[in-house]
Design a protein. Structure first.
Lengths: 524, 376
């Protein structure tokens, strides 16, 4: 089918959306043909949801045009969007738990106007759900339904309102594997009946399994626009998604690693939703080396960092730090045994936003002299300590009494790193330490991590930036759905096509042995 | 863009834009905003008095004179402020950890009961010296308040029971508990009150020293004020200068970060609720031994615990500022009665509170007038 402007159902041209301090969509173009499943692929924070929230009328774009079937439209609310036939199923469902399926579907509609006449509408809903194979009991209360069923209710809500274009925001994130298959069947059924679907995801295997075409976003920009999933390999998509331009080289000195500091053995753990996030993961980090953990976001990286640092319990396996078991104890045990942690979420985990720089840097030191004086705090010592760190780590802030919420991302990260490094840790977990920082700040963070390595500490660097991992790490593990797909040694910081491709394949779910086997087979 | 949309934009060439503050406002700014909010509240209150048929200016002058006009009424103001000061301190420490302790009222009443039990059981005989009586009563009052704080704290820490509901319900239990004792056990001749305490169990009052300092004659300001100010200073030290206070501030600002720093949140919930309860209990002890001099439900459960919530909030949880705000509220309660037993003075209190809380918005956001076409 040739795409002429007239047969496009949705056209978005030059969409720009800014949030304070972030350019979430940077002149993004997007097209949707009728009857296709179009995947929107990108990492967390790439701007997928923002773009679709604009299309669904939740946000107003700062610039750019949206056309529906060739006509320019301006949406000022989701109601306008649904009237134009565009419905979005959000990642977090918007349902009323104590009401029935039918009541939820009718919510906010003008008809029925006063008397609910539920029986009549129950029949209507049943008909609609049969038509699309969305099995759900219209009289059931939402709280009685599984997550998969609730998702079906959201879909029915949109179909009932006459949506022709369905936007699914990470629909598989909350589903179990069997449910994912069911969802895919539903999506195919809807396509067969002439609907179009936009499928937001960061999971490559799902995108290639379900979508006809794919648009890839990276940092608010389009890196691939509407390419057919038939003509593109997973590793190409992975590269488009995570990017591989090497911005700069770091000066990494060769160093022989020492003994094993951190040993993670066969760890199983669940995420917040109670689904398995780590499934028999093992890795180790030795003194004086940086070990990278590569992987697409949401494959268990965060859960792993929390299990290691004691913020989350694991269901099986153990984590050994310097010979001591640290898993399933409290965070204090790790802190007292020389563990430092640079969490991914700087504002919600790594710092207390309304407290001062001083209060934030003494977070792990206030229990010991000189800052602790019996049960009191020596505020002079604390202030001096904060001033020293401000000097040594180039934290740009008027005074150390300034609350850290007023700091820029780079400066806040420096506060966190200063605090963690000043404890002379023998092991450090750093999760996405450079996310959202500008180039200068990134370089500073990299230098600090390398200093740790030279000082003989073991560093586990969890990142989605492949170039960062390859330029800093001595070894790289690749995680996929809570398992390690393989481990590669990084010989030099120079870009290595072969290595990048191997990691890319592992990131998309191919174990290293299989890559080697296939590689050997193709050579024969 | 269509022509009509452009025309619309040109017509509305200015609009109000509200944006979060990215820089801290200067130090004078918060105080100025608060004073401005109180002035606005007084103007609104004045309009209210006008509508009710009064003269606003005369009413405000009357309020000021009835609460600060001479040393006698000033002393009465302080007597009213003392229980509020202690309950406000109690609320402030719980609120700092985002524990919504609505139960200062109940903890206050239980504190009064605990202190009374020392006299009425009797744990100490009536002829005991004041120097022993008062410390024992302080300890008993604080202990009972702490128990009344421990219950919701433990339930919250262990079973995540909503502390707002549990503390609120415990208030009713506390009132009924005291009612039971004054009706059944410690009743004086069938009345709903206990016998009067012996003089040695009274907190010293200024008037007691009237023979030495003639100026103090008739002044009822009692030792509870000293207890309150000492408690405020101690609390300030705990919050801003102790390790425990640091943990409380960290949990209050970001519980995830506190967990990250290795701080036990559940243990702190229990301890902070106990401290909160103990402070309110001290307030009850001070009221029963300094003012009422007998255990009796009615003057005791006058809502000091609820006023404490407002005062703690208005003082932005700062213990030293709480001293000043509770004196202001003592004045409003005292002088308010001069105008009207209830009604207008309470409404003015409410208006002040709403204005002050709303003014907080200006500290966090900037309001700007921008040209509509200057969209960046």
């Amino acid at each position: 089918m040739e795409a002429t402007p007239s047969n496009l159902i949705v056209e978005m041209q030059g969409i720009v959306k800014r949030f304070p301090g972030v350019l979430a969509s940077d002149h993004v173009d997007f097209e949707l043909r009728p009857g296709e499943i179009h995947a929107l692929l990108g990492e967390n924070g790439a701007g997928k949801s923002t773009l679709m929230n604009v299309l669904a009328g939740l946000y107003k774009q700062d610039a750019g045009i949206i056309k529906i079937k060739g006509d320019p439209v301006e949406f000022s609310s989701p109601r306008d969007a649904i009237n134009a036939g565009i419905g979005m199923v959000h990642q977090h469902f918007m349902l009323v738990p104590s009401q029935t399926v039918t009541e939820n579907i009718l919510l906010g509609l003008n008809d029925p106007s006063f008397f609910m006449r539920l029986n009549e509408y129950d029949t209507k809903i049943t008909k609609l759900s049969d038509q699309y194979g969305l099995k759900v009991d219209p009289r059931a209360k939402i709280w009685q339904l599984s997550v998969g069923e609730q998702q079906r209710v959201e879909l029915l809500k949109m179909l009932y309102r006459g949506a022709n274009v369905l936007i699914m925001d990470e629909p598989t994130a909350v589903l179990a594997p069997q449910e994912i298959e069911g969802l895919f069947d539903t999506l195919r059924a809807m396509i067969a009946q002439g609907k179009s679907v936009i499928f937001i995801s960061h999971k490559l295997q799902e995108v290639t399994a379900i979508a006809d075409r794919v648009t890839v976003l990276r940092r608010g920009r389009v890196t691939a626009s509407g390419v057919s999933t038939k003509g593109v390999t997973r590793q190409e998509l992975a590269r488009l998604m995570v990017g591989r331009e090497v911005v700069f080289f770091v000066d990494k000195k060769p160093k022989e690693p020492g003994e094993v500091i951190l040993d993670v053995k066969n760890v199983h753990a669940e995420n917040d939703k109670g689904l398995p996030a780590l499934r028999g993961l093992s890795l180790n980090v030795r003194a004086g080396e940086i070990v990278g953990l590569a992987g697409v976001a949401g494959n268990g990286q965060n859960v792993l960092s929390e299990v290691i640092t004691g913020m989350r319990k694991c269901t099986q396996g153990e984590v050994i730090l310097n010979g001591d078991k640290v898993n399933n104890r409290d965070t204090l045990f790790g802190i007292q045994h020389g563990m430092a942690y640079v969490p991914e979420d700087r504002t919600h985990v790594g710092s207390a936003p309304n407290l001062s720089v001083t209060d934030n840097v003494i977070m792990k030191k206030y229990r010991k002299p000189p800052i602790s004086k019996g049960s009191l705090l020596d505020m002079t010592a604390a202030t001096n300590f904060a001033k020293e760190l401000k000097q040594a780590y180039d934290i740009i802030v008027p005074t150390v009494n300034t609350p850290v919420r007023l700091l820029s991302g780079g400066n806040l990260q420096r506060v966190i790193l200063a605090r963690e490094i000043s404890g002379n840790p023998n092991f450090m977990v750093a999760v996405q330490p450079t996310r959202g920082l500008d180039v200068g700040a990134i370089e500073g963070v990299h230098r600090l991590l390398l200093t740790q390595r030279e000082a003989g500490a073991a560093v586990l660097l969890i990142s989605e930036e492949l170039e960062e991992l390859l330029s800093l790490s001595d070894r790289v593990y690749v995680i996929y759905e809570g398992k390690i797909m393989g481990e590669v040694k990084v010989k030099s910081a120079e870009p290595d096509e072969h290595l990048t491709e191997e990691i890319g394949l592992m990131m998309t779910g191919t174990p290293l042995e299989q890559i080697h086997k296939e590689g050997a087979a193709s050579h024969d | 863009m269509t022509e009509s949309a452009l025309a619309k934009k040109q017509r509305m060439s200015y609009r109000i834009k509200i944006e979060p503050r990215l820089y801290e406002p200067p130090a004078w700014f918060p105080a100025t905003v608060s004073i401005g909010a109180i002035l606005l509240a007084l103007i609104l209150g004045g309009i209210l008095i006008l509508i009710a048929g009064g003269n606003p200016w005369a009413s405000y002058v009357h309020i000021a004179q009835a609460s600060f006009g001479d040393i006698g009424v000033l002393s009465d103001t302080i007597v009213k402020a003392t229980p509020i000061l202690l309950t406000a301190l109690a609320c402030s420490i719980a609120f700092r950890m985002k524990l919504w302790n609505i139960g200062a009222e109940g903890q206050f009443i239980m504190g009064a009961w605990g202190a009374s039990a020392v006299v009425l059981t009797p744990i100490l005989p009536p002829e005991t010296s004041r120097w022993l009586f008062i410390p024992v009563m302080v300890i008993a009052g604080m202990a009972m308040g702490a128990i009344w704080g421990f219950i919701p704290g433990y339930l919250k820490a262990k079973f995540n029971v909503n502390e707002i509901i549990s503390t609120l319900m415990l208030n009713y239990i506390a009132v009924s508990w005291v009612n039971f004792w004054v009706f059944a056990v410690w009743t004086e001749g069938g009345f709903q009150m206990s016998p009067k305490f012996p003089l040695t169990a009274w907190l010293p009052r200024l008037t007691d020293y009237g023979k030495i300092v003639p100026l103090f004659r008739g002044l009822t300001t009692h030792g509870g004020l000293v207890l309150g100010i000492l408690a405020a200073i101690a609390l300030w030290f705990i919050v801003y200068r102790s390790r425990w206070g640091y943990e409380i501030r960290l949990i209050g600002d970001n519980a995830r970060a506190a967990q990250y720093a290795g701080i036990s949140i559940t243990r702190n919930i229990v301890f902070v609720m106990m401290l909160s309860g103990a402070l309110a209990g001290l307030g009850g002890m001070s009221e029963v031994t300094g003012v009422i001099h007998r255990l009796q439900t009615t003057p005791l459960a006058a809502g000091y615990g609820f006023t404490g919530i407002i005062v703690a909030w208005l003082a932005k949880l700062n213990p030293i500022v709480i001293i000043l705000v509770s004196i202001l509220f003592g004045a409003l309660i005292l002088a308010g009665r001069e105008i009207q037993p209830s009604g207008v003075p309470k409404m003015i209190q409410g208006i002040i509170l709403v204005c002050l809380i709303a003014s907080d918005f200006l500290l966090r956001y900037r309001v700007r007038l921008v040209r509509a076409d200057a969209e960046e």
